[in-house]
Write a protein that binds this ligand. Sequence first.
Ligand code: CP
Ligand code: NVA
Length: 305
Amino acid sequence: MKHFINLKDIPYKDLRKILVDAKNRKKLYNLNVDRNFPLEGKLLIQMFEKSSLRTRLSFYLAIRQLGGSTLTLRPDELHLSKGGESIQDTAKILSNFGNAFMLRTDSDEKLEEFKNYLSIPIINGLSPSSHPTQILSDIFTVEEIKKKSISSLNIAWVGDCNNVLNSLIAASIKFSFKLRIGCPLKYKPHKKIMKYINSNKNKIFVTHNSKEAVKEADVIFSDKVISMNDKVNKLKKLNQFKKFKINKRLMSFAKKDCIFLHCLPRGKEVDEKVFSSKNSKVWQQALNRVHVQKSILLYCLGKLR
Ligand code: CP
Ligand code: NVA
C-alpha cells in the first residue's frame, strides 16, 4: 500500500513508472481496446472540504474506467466535521468500507493524521501546501505535447507562489528540470520553500521580473492569484500582480512554440487571447488528469504493471 501525499516523498522511479503506465493506458483507452479492469470491486471514497470540479470528475472517471466505483462524502454530513467523531475512528470506518481515500482539505495536518490511522492508501487531492496529482499529470501533458523528457525543457511559472507551485518545485527536483519562477517580491515563496529552492539553485530560479522568468521558456504555467485558502485583501493582492499577467507580449519572450498551461479554474492572471490561443493546452491538460490518476490509483493499490 502506497500513499500519494507529496511528490517529494515519492521515489522518482515510482513517479516515472506511473507516467509510463498512464501513457500506455491512454493509448489503449483511446483505441478502445482497454478491456482490463484491475480495480473491479474496489471502492474509492472521496471527500472535498473545498470546491472542486476537475479533481472530482477525473477521479470518478479514473476509478470507473478501471472497473471500480466511487463514493463522494460531504464533510458537512459526517460526524467528524462537527467534532462528533475523531479522525481515528473515521479512518477506521473508511478503511473497513473502502479501498482508497482521496481527500481535498484545508489542513495538511489532517492529511497526515488520516495517514496515520488509515489502513488504506490516502491521496492528496489538494491541500494548502500542495497539489501533487495535478502536477504529476501536468508533467505527463508537457511530455506528451513536447515529445521529449521534461528534464530537457525550460519551465516557467508566472504568478502566485501557492500550493500548485510548491508541487511544481518538488517535481523540478524529482524530474530534474529547470524552473524559473516570476512573482512580485512581496509574494515570493514561503521561507521554508525558499530554503529548499536555495539548496537547488542550479535548477530553480526566482525573479521579480516576469520577462526574465519566461525568457526561452518551453512551457509557461500559471494559476489563480487568489487561491481557495487565501485569506487576504483580494483587491490589493490582484493589483500587485498586474505586471505578472500572461498576455501575448509576455509570451513573445518565450520560445515560439511555448505552450501555456493552467490547472484551472482561471482568474484574471491570463489574457483571453493567450488562454484561447493555439499555444494554450489547458483542456488537454485537464483531461489528462483522468489518465494519470488511473495510474496513481493503481500505484496506491499495488496494481501498477
Ligand atoms: N485543477 C483542479 O484541481 O481543479 P478543481 O479545483 O476543479 O478540482
Ligand atoms: N491554487 C488553487 C488551485 C485550484 C485547483 C487553489 O488552491 O485554490
